[in-house]
Each structure stands twice: as structure tokens, then as C-alpha cells.
Design a protein around this ligand. Structure first.
Ligand SMILES: Cc1ncc(COP(=O)(O)O)c(C=O)c1O
Length: 483
């Protein structure tokens, strides 16, 4: 990355994060020159880049200011779910999304799919081919019930970067993170128990709650700071909650990362109410922050945190390699994993172990992280340009999905069916709620489209959104005329 790109990125980030708001004066060229130890022309180039994006404007003899002409989109408001235990619905809606076949020409903004066309994945594919060609016999017998040791050794090293001191024996390999979440839920609850979740929340986690005959209590969640700890504490006082299931780092669907201090307080809350935390860290390694953020598990002193992850979002979902660090629930987790799917196939585990050991994984995640961050900025710029002015957008701190909140008059379920006629796809809001809330919200992916495709997709969506206004105006006129 050029030096001026770095400065521009930092400033852009600070503006989007609200550290500088519309009309604020930005640091002078002299200040930034000293701060970054770079030349005046580097800072001038950075400011020029932000001017070209209409994010800032130069005022004669006064310096640079956050532009008034392009307001920074507001973040979604803190959610207000019904704060009582409920049965999770939405399975038919989730199934419909899972069964959706994307046409070759469809601009895919719907699925949380990583970019799998990067050259940095080549070493992994090469290893998989080599294993299939020369060591296919290794795939035939039963393997270790807890997973391939070489892989668990590598995961221990990865987990160290999030502050966790683990041993290979502390890990259980699973078939992706979905199985990890499902096994953990069954390990720490009995049917009928209540599990607290963020709202909105990943639909697969909520369907796992449903399948285990549990009830969900949705906790108000902020698009920047995550789960409201105050609301959680109130819920803990009121209900016999058994576990908290959270994705606190690069959350799906909103993209926030809970501040480290809040993660610690969440752990302390779990301690004082003596409940367990299932922490989904599936996107943690593609946080834009370096070093990557700590996990809640890194604060765990008494084994109550079950850390779950997989290589589905960082590498590829089809490889189906996930893992659990189950803490004090290890024996129960091993038993439930055994009865649910016995062991996992050996060759994909060996291929991933080699990818990590040879440095390929770190190289790949470094590369895509940059790509995703650019994708985020571009998608936000497109939404700002084409969507209605009062649209609210989350500002992800990692990964490749963001949350859009339209004015309540719009319906994203309708929008999703309008999209079927066109060449773009979205994930409508209700599947991210236990009860079908968030009908004016949607989740969009920004991992794999070219800038041209992304802009086309957003223009198409904006067209359908405008059509909804036209249809409702038309209906209003007809009603008025009838009366
Ligand atoms: C937050 C989160 N957790 C878990 C999963 C499931 O992951 P896997 O494909 O590894 O089973 C997903 C997939 O979309 C996800 O977004």
C-alpha cells in the first residue's frame, strides 16, 4: 500500500467512525506530516484522494473539512427486539435462501461467501491435489475423533494471535462452524432452556437454537459496540438464561467488533451469573485491525467460554473444516460431536494444516483483508450515491458483509423477490431475527464483485427501491380517488 493510501485510509476510517463529523476541521498538513513522518506531498496526495471521493473539501486559507455536501451515512439504530424468550421461527425463509441458485450473471450480494479467486489460495489447491493423487489411502480409515493432530497444532498457533493459550488436546475439529455451534449449544443446555443472542443475529445460529428445542432471547445490539451489556444484565436478572451465543468480532450481519473492554465485561457478567458463553469467531482472522482483536475466550479463567470457528469465511466454505475450544465442556462436546457425525474427513484437515504451517494462510488472510476493506469503502460509497438519503449503513471492522437499514416504508422481503426478476441478490432482514423483524433491513456482501458489478448491483437495487415508492404512491392515489 502507498504511504498516501495509508494516510487516506486512516482518515477515511476516522470520518466513518464518527471521530470527525460533517463540518469538522481535519488535522493540518503539518500535523500529519509530523505524525506519519512522511513528506508534505504524501499528505497532500492523501487529502486529494479524499477530495476526489467528495468526503472532504478544502477551504481557502482554512484547511480541510469533512464535506457538508456528502453526509456520512448514519449507523443503524440500536435494535429493540422483544426482550422475552421466544421460539425461533423463520426456517422456511432461511431454507429458501439456502436453496437459492445464483444465475451466472447474478451480482451476488446475498451470501456471506469469501473471495475464492485469489492466487493466494493456489498453494492450498495444490496441496489438496497432491494429497488426492499420492495419499488418497489416508482418507479411507477412521481418523482421530478429535481431529488431525497436525491441524490442531496449527490452530493452537492461530489462536495465540487472539490472546488464547491453548493446547492441541483442548481442541475438537468439526464439520464447519455450524456443527461447532450446534454441538456447543447441546453441550451447555437442556431442551427448553433460554439462550441470549445478539439482534440481528446469524440465522444459522438461531436455527441451531430452534433445532435443539431451546428458546432465544434477543438482546438489543448496537451497530458499533455490539450487544448491549446493560440490556443483557436486565435480561439475566429477569430470566434463567443458560448461555449467551455471540459473534463479537466482525459480527454477522453488522460487521462490528465489540471493544476489548466490553468483551471482558461480558465475560465477567457470565461469571457472576454462572452461565457459559458460546463465542463464534468465524471472521476474527479477517479483521482489518492488526494485530487481530482478542477473543472473549482470551479472558477465560474458568473454562466457561466455548470458542467456535472454521475456515469457511477465511478460506472456503466447501472445505468444511471447523473447530471448538470447549474449555470445561470438553468431554461433553467430544461425546456430542461423536454421536452427531463421528470424525471429520482427514484430507481437508491435512491440507489446511499444511496451508497454515507453510505460511500460506497468513499470506492469504493479509491479502484478502485489504481487498475486503476496499470493497467495504466502495460499497458504502455506492449506497450513499444511489440509495435514499435516510438509509443507515453499518461500518464493518472486518469481513465482507454489512447491514443496511432503509426507511420503514420499504420492504426488503419484497425487494428480494423484485431482485429475482433481475440480476442481483440480497439477504432480506427477517432471517436475522428470531421472529421475522428487520423487514426494512438487508445484509449485503462485498467480497467478490468487481467495482463495476457492485455499482451495477446497487443501482439495480436502488431502482427497485424507487419502484416500491411509486407503487405505494399509486395505491394511495387510487384510494383517495375512490373515497
Ligand atoms: C457467524 C457465522 N457462524 C457460523 C457460520 C457457519 O459456518 P460454516 O460454513 O463453517 O459451518 C456462518 C456462515 O455463514 C456464519 O456467518
Amino acid at each position: 500500500m502507498n504511504l498516501y493510501d495509508k494516510v487516506a485510509n486512516d482518515l477515511r476510517e476516522n470520518i466513518h467512525a464518527g471521530l470527525f463529523v460533517v463540518g469538522d476541521k481535519l488535522p493540518s498538513i503539518r500535523q500529519l506530516t509530523a505524525q506519519y513522518s512522511v513528506s508534505i506531498s504524501t499528505i497532500q496526495q492523501a487529502y486529494h484522494q479524499l477530495e476526489m471521493e467528495s468526503l472532504i473539501e478544502a477551504r481557502p486559507k482554512s484547511g480541510y473539512f469533512v464535506s457538508v455536501s456528502t453526509p456520512i451515512p448514519a449507523k443503524p439504530e440500536t435494535s429493540r427486539p422483544a426482550q422475552r424468550p421466544i421460539d425461533v421461527s423463520q426456517w422456511q425463509e432461511v431454507l429458501e435462501v439456502l436453496l437459492t441458485k445464483q444465475g451466472v450473471d447474478t451480482i451476488q450480494l446475498q451470501h456471506a461467501m469469501p473471495n475464492m479467486s485469489e492466487v493466494s489460495l493456489k498453494p492450498l489447491l495444490k496441496k489438496m491435489t497432491e494429497l488426492m493423487r499420492h495419499h488418497v489411502e489416508l482418507s479411507l480409515p477412521y481418523g482421530d475423533i478429535n481431529g488431525v493432530l497436525a491441524l490442531r497444532e496449527q490452530i493452537v498457533k492461530l489462536a495465540a494471535t487472539s490472546g488464547c493459550a491453548l493446547h492441541p488436546d483442548d481442541l475438537v475439529i468439526t464439520s464447519g462452524c455450524q456443527e461447532a455451534l450446534s454441538v456447543c449449544l447441546r453441550a451447555v443446555t437442556e431442551p427448553g432452556d433460554i439462550v441470549a443472542v445478539e439482534s440481528p443475529s446469524f440465522y444459522g445460529a438461531m436455527q441451531a437454537i430452534k433445532a435443539a428445542n431451546l428458546k432465544a432471547i434477543e438482546i438489543p445490539t448496537n451497530a458499533e459496540s455490539g450487544l448491549s451489556l446493560e440490556a443483557l444484565e436486565l435480561a439475566l436478572e429477569q430470566w434463567p438464561i443458560k448461555a449467551i451465543l455471540v459473534t463479537p468480532t466482525c459480527n454477522n450481519p453488522m460487521g462490528y467488533t465489540m471493544p476489548e473492554e466490553a468483551k471482558k465485561r461480558l465475560y465477567q457478567l457470565a461469571q457472576s451469573y454462572d452461565i457459559s458463553i458460546i463465542e463464534d469467531d468465524i471472521y476474527g482472522d479477517i479483521s482489518y485491525q492488526s494485530p487481530r482483536p482478542r477473543t472473549i475466550k482470551s479472558f477465560d479463567e474458568d473454562g466457561r467460554v466455548l470458542l467456535c470457528s472454521s475456515f469457511s469465511k477465511t478460506v472456503a466454505p466447501g472445505i468444511r473444516v471447523g473447530w471448538i475450544a470447549p474449555g470445561r465442556y470438553r468431554d461433553k462436546v467430544t461425546h456430542i460431536k461423536y454421536v452427531s457425525s463421528s470424525m471429520c474427513p482427514t484430507l481437508p484437515q491435512m491440507a489446511i494444516a499444511d496451508f497454515i504451517k507453510s505460511g500460506g494462510y497468513n499470506k492469504h488472510t493479509r491479502r484478502v483483508r485489504l481487498l475486503y476493506k476496499q470493497g467495504r469503502d466502495h460499497l458504502i460509497a455506492c449506497i450513499k450515491r444511489y440509495f435514499p438519503q435516510d438509509t443507515r449503513i453499518s461500518f464493518p471492522q472486518g469481513g465482507y458483509i454489512l447491514w443496511v437499514e432503509l426507511n420503514k416504508q420499504y420492504d426488503t422481503v419484497k425487494l428480494a423477490s423484485q431482485c429475482k426478476a433481475g440480476a442481483v441478490s440480497i439477504a432480506a432482514g427477517p432471517i436475522f431475527s428470531a421472529t421475522g423483524k428487520y423487514r426494512s433491513c438487508m445484509r449485503l456482501n462485498f467480497s467478490e464483485q468487481t467495482e463495476i458489478e457492485r455499482e451495477q448491483g446497487i443501482r439495480q437495487l436502488a431502482f427497485y427501491i424507487n419502484q416500491q415508492v411509486a407503487v405505494s404512491l399509486d395505491a394511495n392515489i387510487k384510494t383517495t380517488l375512490k373515497n
